[in-house]
Each structure stands twice: as structure tokens, then as C-alpha cells.
Design a protein around this ligand. Structure first.
Ligand SMILES: Nc1nc2c(c(=O)[nH]1)N[C@H]1C(S)=C(S)[C@@H](COP(=O)(O)OP(=O)(O)OC[C@H]3O[C@@H](n4cnc5c(=O)[nH]c(N)nc54)[C@H](O)[C@@H]3O)O[C@H]1N2
Ligand SMILES: Nc1nc2c(c(=O)[nH]1)N[C@H]1C(S)=C(S)[C@@H](COP(=O)(O)OP(=O)(O)OC[C@H]3O[C@@H](n4cnc5c(=O)[nH]c(N)nc54)[C@H](O)[C@@H]3O)O[C@H]1N2
Ligand SMILES: [Mo]
Length: 797
């Protein structure tokens, strides 16, 4: 393998890297970006020519079916894989798809999708990363591999510890591994010198044990992937409605007559949503997509589980309208729609739901004044849409009796996301679109249990009521100081304040912003612990001491002393269901996540009165304790054994708003300026391709965007390319100016013409995470600005 210089950081960051004794520029530890001789970004290395051309086929359907076939073959999975797919999301016997958080549809017998299948086959692979593998490769050598190559080695099989003398991971027994974590944690001056990260697939039971361990140990440092995902949604909905979650569920989606979908790439990231969209259009509902890109899920689909439709190539529309808002322009659009409603209310008494507003809300008149004072030219400039387009959207809303508004990362990863989401709630409130059938806010959550993690206590900022219950039931004294979230954990590691990092799943170094800075932070730790199923970059960018602890996957049989165990997850619509893995574990040495947490807890808290071992013997016992701590979980063990489990009760859904005023709160934020001051600056968003799961990259293709064999790209408006003298496929350097004035760059990416609004551009995470400065996070949500990177693009020298 040839050496390639990593040119992803500027002099500014080089300097910092050297100070830290971290990798020298030119080392490959931070991953491989293009240097003119190779292509593929963090995906597989490829010699095949890249291609980009518009995609004209419907989403899902045969393209998806073919892709599934290829994936199953590549993981060397025989027919058993197909059998596993039939039990995926099965209400009684099955396991919950470990992919996205979209709820299971009770009306659908085979509720699966292309990307869910890719996700489970990636976990079910027959390839293995065992002690022999680690003996054969030094960490420095592995650091030169692509991220794809690392994960593609297969499943981890036994616990490993880093041995600096030979620069290799060597086997360690589970007991010794736990003892090491325990002694490092006990040696810290303060429990706040440790951070416990969670990636959103962790089960409810494991989440509960994990936070219990952290709090009994003495810290609220529980950063999670949700800090990069829907933190803004949680904060906005809590402030407005006193619930951190959406109130709409799948039945509401099935009953609404207008559906607005903002900032989500449904065909790739929540493919089972296509079924709901197609059904909505079929029954005559208005389905309006709001996105700078016209994504495949906004046009047509072949409903994936309708075998007859597949056979006949029958397509169904999944949208009635697309509004190509500019990046960050959603709040202006929503406010414009509110303006249309207030205008209509002057002559139409039915435009506002007066009864609802009077009885249940607070702050209407101030909001009305604010909206009326916002001028159309401002709304047009900030949204990037014409007044006619905004008025049409407003009209659709006025004509609807039951509206659902849904959103994902396109709305949440901006500076003013909390205000934007509260504006969405404002608009819904105006016509009483909450707490009745067919209505409500509906954030599309990411990981399969990211919502459940928070419900079960993974929260760096826990409420007093929760801590009191936890202390009372579990007999501990939880710390009351707020903990560190993701961006503050990174800063803490960098400053030397956080010395032990435990990653319960995920791939922190890749998922986080400012890759170089984050890597430096991790390297400064005394100990890094990664609980994982697959080898990833996080194992190679490690602390002075480092452990890889391999765990069971969701599809695998989890057998404990009292027999096989099931775990539970909560989907994006607050339904909690049981998940039973059936497959033989990838290795006999794997432990379940609850068992690993209990092992660490016992070694760290030798005198603990928490019955850690009993909990692991029988997960019903964990659920029994949870039923006493978590509101809405009374009778947990019984409820969750019903088909499709149970929905967590949510006062806001019953129009019981437990805000300080006891009413739903209108927000009154000014309309923010989202336009760069300098016309030369583009607003760059980082997104997923169709063929990746966050930091896991399956291939270099992005089928629905017509892109093949390339990930180091920037999608630009044709005029923006022309202004910079660029032609299709030209190599460009992309320089980001961060909040603190520092600059970060990537070089040699290809500029591709794409249908995006002027001034907006798009590229892939995690290749572009090097461009997001550590200080570039929202002051409202502390979420990194992953959809709002200010860049200059010029032809590579
Ligand atoms: N197959 C697959 N499924 C996944 C994932 C995966 O990686 N692969 N990841 C999971 C996770 S953790 C999450 S959080 C979700 C993420 O699901 P998405 O939110 O769909 O994720 P992204 O790929 O980041 O796409 C962001 C979308 O928002 C649009 N957008 C960008 N900026 C704006 C804006 O300012 N306004 C509007 N209205 N739109 C904008 C982009 O064009 C794009 O369509 O998916 C989950 N599901
Ligand atoms: N620039 C940019 N950056 C982003 C985003 C963006 O839109 N733009 N999105 C952000 C978002 S929304 C998210 S959620 C984060 C994702 O951040 P993470 O959740 O940290 O990352 P993943 O890629 O989902 O984690 C993949 C790893 O999880 C491990 N794994 C898989 N299954 C299991 C399991 O069952 N148990 C355990 N213990 N481990 C398992 C495997 O080892 C695999 O390598 O990325 C964020 N980063
Ligand atoms: Mo996410």
C-alpha cells in the first residue's frame, strides 16, 4: 500500500497536532482523503471511473432489490440471511431492525427495506476479526487502511488491549479488561474526569444500566450521538410543549390530509417512510417536501413490500410538491406560512383554531405581532423561495384539516435550529394541529433506539425529578452538576480534563466534528474503551491504554443464566417493543452490552449495593426497576410482551402541556439572517450517501443522486461553478472559515453540478467532518453545525 499524505488540515491544526504529540501531518491516522492517485474517500479504494448523472428511476423497487442481492452475496451469507429478514420487525418473534428508528407498520406483513437489510447483513457477516488478525497487523499499519476496509474485516471476536511495546492489540481476558477499566476509573481525582458516550443502538435495558453505573460512580458525563442529531428537537419541543418527542405516530401519518417533510432524505435514511408517503399521496393528501435537494423520496417509489407492484414496476408518487428552500431557510418558510394564516384570519374565522388557542396556548398575540412585522422580502431572501411558493404552501396548510409536520437533520444541524423547530410548533398551534388524530410534530429520529436512550436516562442534563426517582429506587446519590455533552467532552479531552473515554457503540472520532482536534483529544486520554461489533477508526485513534470490548449484535441470541433474553427499543414515535435475537453469536467470547456494563460497574464500584449480576442473569429484573423509575413504564414487563409493545403515554398528545404556564408556548424568536456576508462563501451541508450507515460506508455509490464510485465530491449549483471557472469534475480545494477565525480545508475533491439552490453546496459526512471547527456548534442546542459550514471553493492548484 502506498503512502498518501493527509492534507486535510491547515497549518493551524498542524501546529496543534504537533503540540499534542499527536500524528504528524502526512501520517494516515486520520484517514485517507484524495491526493490525486486514489479515489473512494473513506469508502472502498477503487480504480473504477467515477460517474455522475441524474437519476430518473423511482425510489426503492428493483434497484433496491438488486442492491440487496449484492450485499448479501458480499458478506458471504447464504439463504439464512433471507430467513432472518423475514423475522425482522416481526411483532412477536422478531428482532427490531437495528437500522433506523422508523416505527413498525402493523399493516405491513414484511416490513423491511433495502438499507435495513444492508444494515443487518453487515452485522451478520461471516468474516471475523480475531486475535490472529491483530497479531498480523500493527495499529500503525491498520491506520493506513480505509474506514471501509477496517469494518469490512468482519466481526470482532474477543476482548483486546493495546500493547504499545509491539504497537498491536493483544488478547486480554474479560476479567482483566474490567479490572483495568475499574482501576483507571478509581484512580481519577474526580468522576467528572470520565465520559461515557452512547451510540443510539444501545437497548433500553443497557442504557438504563449504563447511566446507573455512571451516576453511581458520580458523573453525569453522558454524551451521546443525539447531541449531534436531534438535541435541537428535544430542546424546542420541551420548551414549547413540555415533551422532548414528537406527538404524531404512524396512525396520524395515515390520517393526515397534509404532510410537510423538511430536511430528510427518506429514500436512503428512513426508507420504510416511503410506504407512508405513497399511501398519503394515494388517498389524496398533500405531501410537500422541503429540501435544498430534490431527493428521490420526494418523487416516486415502488412500494418495496408490495410484491405485485414490484413485479409490475408499478410506481406510486411520494410527493405532491417540493420546495427547494436554501440551507437554513426553513424558519423563514414556516414564518411565511404563518403570515398567510394570519392574513386569512382577517376575513376567514376558520383560519385560526380560536377555541384551541384560547384554552391551551400562551403568547399568541406577541407571535402574531412578530409575524406581521416580518416583511415578505425578508422571508423571500432568507428562505430562497418566492412569495408565490410560500403562499402556496400556506394555502395548502389552510386547506388542511389535519396536518403533520416532520423533519430531520436538514432542520436540526443549524445554528438556529431550536428557533426553527419552535416555529414549526407555532405554525401547528395556530390551527390546533396537535393532540387530535392526524396531526402533530413528528421528528424523524436516527438510530434505532436513540429516542429510548434518552428516555432511559442517557442525558448529560437530567431533570431533578428523574434523579430523585433514580436515587430513591436504586439507593444511590446521583450527582447534581450537569455533565458534558459531545462537543464539551471533546473540548474536555483536549484540555486534559477528561482522561477516560468509554464509547458504548459508535465511532466517536469519525462521527464527531473537527476530526483532527477530536483525535488529539482521544490520544490524550489515559484510557479509551470501545464497546463495538466491528473494527473502526475509533480503535486506532486511542488513549495511552486502550481496550476493544466486542459485544453481541441485535440479531444474535443473548443467553444468560436464566435463559435467552430479549431487549427493548423505542422507535421515533414512542412505541416500545421487545426484540429477540436468534442467530448464533459471531463468537463464543462475546458478551452482551448489559453484561459488559455490569462487569465494568462491579470492577469500578466494588462496594456497590446494586445487584449488577442479578440484572444480567435476567433482564426482566432490569425492566422491573425501570418500571419504578421511568414515568409511563409501570407494568413494563407485561406491556412490552403484547404484540407491538406499548406506546409511552405523553401528556402533550392529550393536550396536557406541562410547561411552567401549563399551556403550549408560542416562541417569539426574531428571524435570523442565514445568508453569508460574502457572496464568495457557500453554505455547505454534510449528508449521508445512499450506501452508508453514518460512519459505516458500504460502497462509493449514491444511487439516488446518480453518483457512482466517488465520495470526495462537492455538489454545486451550475452558476456557482461557472462563477469560479469550474467545469464538471474539476478538482477543487474547499476551505472552511470557522467561528474562531481558524481555517480548515480538504483538497482535491471533485466539483459536480447538481440541482441545489445558488449559494448552497453539499458533500458527504464523515469525509467532510475535518472542515467543522470544534467551536462550530449551535449556541441554542450545542449541536455541531453539520449542515452549515461556510466555505470557499477554488480550483486545486
Ligand atoms: N441508510 C441509512 N439510514 C440512516 C442513517 C444512515 O447513515 N444510513 N443514519 C441514521 C441517523 S443516525 C440519522 S440522524 C438519520 C438522518 O437522516 P437525514 O436527516 O435524512 O440525514 P442526512 O443524510 O444528513 O440528510 C439530510 C437531508 O436534509 C437536507 N437538508 C440539508 N440542509 C437543509 C436545510 O437547511 N433545510 C432543509 N429543509 N433540508 C436540508 C439534505 O439535502 C438531506 O436531504 O438517518 C438515520 N437512518
Ligand atoms: N458531518 C456530519 N457528521 C455527523 C452527522 C452529519 O450529518 N454530518 N451526523 C451525526 C449523527 S446524526 C450521528 S447519530 C452520529 C453517528 O455517530 P455514531 O453512532 O457514533 O456512529 P455509527 O457510525 O453509527 O457507529 C458505527 C459503529 O458502531 C458499532 N456498532 C454497530 N452495532 C453495534 C452494536 O450493536 N453494539 C455496539 N456496542 N456497537 C455497535 C460498530 O463497531 C460500528 O463501527 O454522527 C454524527 N456526525
Ligand atoms: Mo443520528
Amino acid at each position: 500500500m502506498t503512502t498518501h499524505e493527509n492534507r486535510s488540515h491547515t497549518d493551524h491544526t498542524h501546529q496543534a497536532a504537533e503540540d499534542a504529540g499527536a500524528p504528524r501531518p502526512g501520517s494516515l491516522e486520520l484517514g485517507r482523503l484524495p491526493d490525486g492517485t486514489r479515489q473512494g474517500g473513506y469508502g472502498p479504494e477503487t480504480q473504477s471511473p467515477w460517474k455522475s448523472r441524474p437519476y430518473h428511476h423511482p425510489a426503492a423497487g428493483w434497484g433496491a432489490a438488486m442492491a440487496v442481492g449484492k450485499v448479501v452475496m458480499r458478506q458471504r451469507l447464504p439463504i439464512v440471511a433471507t430467513k432472518s429478514m423475514f423475522t425482522m420487525n416481526h411483532p412477536v418473534r422478531g428482532y427490531d431492525c437495528p437500522g433506523c428508528a422508523w416505527p413498525d407498520d402493523p399493516g405491513v406483513t414484511l416490513d423491511i427495506c433495502e438499507n435495513g437489510i444492508k444494515h443487518v447483513t453487515w452485522e451478520m457477516t461471516r468474516k471475523r476479526v480475531d486475535a490472529e488478525f491483530f497479531a498480523a497487523h500493527t495499529v500503525s499499519e491498520l491506520a493506513e487502511w480505509t474506514d471501509h476496509a477496517l469494518e469490512d474485516q468482519g466481526r470482532l471476536t474477543e476482548p483486546m488491549a493495546y500493547d504499545g511495546a509491539v504497537d498491536r492489540y493483544v488478547p486480554i481476558s474479560w476479567d482483566d479488561a474490567f479490572a483495568l477499566v475499574g482501576s483507571e476509573l478509581r484512580a481519577l481525582d474526580s468522576p467528572d474526569q470520565a465520559a461515557f458516550y452512547t451510540s443510539g443502538r444501545l437497548s433500553n435495558e443497557a442504557s438504563f444500566l449504563y447511566q446507573l453505573m455512571a451516576r453511581e460512580y458520580g458523573t453525569n458525563n453522558l454524551p451521546d450521538c443525539s447531541n449531534m442529531c436531534h438535541e435541537a428537537s428535544g430542546r424546542a419541543l420541551t420548551a414549547s410543549l413540555a415533551t422532548g418527542k414528537g406527538t404524531a405516530d404512524l396512525e396520524d401519518w395515515a390520517q393526515c390530509d397534509a404532510l410537510f417533510i423538511l430536511g430528510v432524505n427518506a429514500a436512503s435514511n428512513a426508507p420504510r417512510m416511503l410506504t407512508s408517503l405513497a399511501e398519503a399521496v394515494d388517498r389524496g393528501a398533500q405531501v410537500v417536501h422541503v429540501n435544498p435537494l430534490v431527493e428521490a423520496g420526494a418523487t416516486r417509489t415502488i412500494v418495496p413490500h408490495e410484491i405485485l407492484d414490484m413485479a409490475r414496476f408499478k410506481t406510486t408518487a411520494t410527493g405532491t410538491d417540493t420546495l427547494q428552500v436554501r440551507s437554513g431557510g426553513d424558519m423563514a418558510l414556516i414564518r411565511g406560512m404563518a403570515k398567510v394564516v394570519f392574513e386569512a384570519a382577517e376575513t376567514d374565522p376558520g383560519a385560526l383554531d380560536h377555541e384551541f388557542l384560547a384554552k391551551y396556548t400562551d403568547g399568541l398575540e406577541e407571535y402574531r405581532a412578530l409575524v406581521e412585522a416580518t416583511e415578505w422580502d425578508q422571508l423571500v431572501a432568507q428562505s430562497g423561495l418566492s412569495e408565490t411558493q410560500i403562499r402556496r404552501a400556506g394555502r395548502i396548510y389552510l386547506d388542511s384539516q389535519r396536518t403533520v409536520i416532520s423533519w430531520c437533520l436538514g432542520v436540526t444541524q443549524h445554528e438556529h435550529s431550536v428557533d426553527a423547530i419552535r416555529e414549526i410548533v407555532n405554525l401547528l398551534l395556530l390551527r390546533g394541529n396537535i393532540g387530535r388524530p392526524g396531526t402533530g410534530p413528528s421528528p424523524v429520529r436516527g438510530h434505532s433506539n436513540v429516542q429510548g436512550n434518552r428516555t432511559c436516562g442517557i442525558d448529560h442534563n437530567p431533570g431533578e425529578a428523574f434523579l430523585q426517582r433514580l436515587d430513591e429506587v436504586c439507593g444511590i446519590t446521583s450527582p447534581r452538576t450537569h455533565g458534558l455533552d459531545t462537543v464539551h467532552t471533546i473540548a474536555g479531552m483536549h484540555a486534559g480534563d477528561v482522561k477516560v473515554f468509554v464509547g458504548m457503540g459508535g465511532n466517536f472520532v469519525r462521527a464527531a466534528p473537527d476530526t483532527v482536534f477530536t483525535a488529539e483529544g482521544l490520544r490524550r486520554c489515559h484510557l479509551t474503551v470501545q464497546v463495538s461489533t466491528k473494527l473502526n477508526r475509533g480503535h486506532l485513534v486511542h488513549g495511552r491504554k486502550a481496550l476493544i470490548l466486542p459485544c453481541l449484535g441485535r440479531t444474535e441470541l443473548d443467553r444468560q443464566r436464566t435463559g435467552p433474553q430479549g431487549i427493548t427499543t423505542e422507535d421515533a414515535m414512542s412505541s416500545v417493543q421487545l426484540s429477540n435475537g436468534h442467530r448464533t453469536p459471531a463468537s463464543e467470547h462475546l458478551l452482551s452490552e448489559p453484561a459488559i456494563i455490569a462487569g465494568i460497574a462491579r470492577a469500578t464500584l466494588p462496594g456497590s449495593r446494586t445487584p449488577w449480576e442479578d440484572y444480567v442473569d435476567d433482564y426482566d429484573r432490569i425492566r422491573d426497576v425501570m418500571s419504578r423509575v421511568l414515568p409511563g413504564f409501570e407494568g413494563f414487563n407485561r406491556l412490552v410482551r403484547q404484540p407491538y409493545g406499548f406506546r409511552i403515554p405523553q401528556p402533550a398528545r392529550e393536550r396536557d402541556f406541562r410547561t411552567p404556564s401549563g399551556r403550549a408556548e408560542f416562541s417569539r424568536a426574531p428571524l435570523h439572517d442565514v445568508l453569508p456576508d460574502d457572496a464568495d462563501v457557500l453554505v455547505l451541508q454534510t449528508m449521508r450517501s445512499h450506501d452508508q450507515w453514518n460512519t459505516t460506508i458500504y460502497s462509493n455509490d449514491d444511487r439516488y443522486r446518480g453518483v457512482k464510485n466517488i465520495r470526495e465530491l462537492i455538489l454545486m449549483n451550475a452558476k456557482d461553478m461557472r462563477d469560479r471557472g469550474l467545469s464538471e469534475g474539476d478538482r477543487v480545494d474547499i476551505v472552511a472559515t470557522c467561528r474562531d477565525g481558524s481555517q480548515r480545508s480538504v483538497r482535491g475533491f471533485r466539483a459536480l453540478e447538481y440541482n441545489v439552490p445558488r449559494g448552497c453546496a453539499a458533500g458527504y459526512m464523515p469525509e467532510m467532518n475535518v472542515l467543522i471547527g470544534a467551536a462550530d456548534y449551535s449556541t441554542q442546542s450545542d449541536q455541531p453545525l453539520m449542515k452549515d459550514i461556510r466555505v470557499r471553493v477554488s480550483r486545486s492548484a
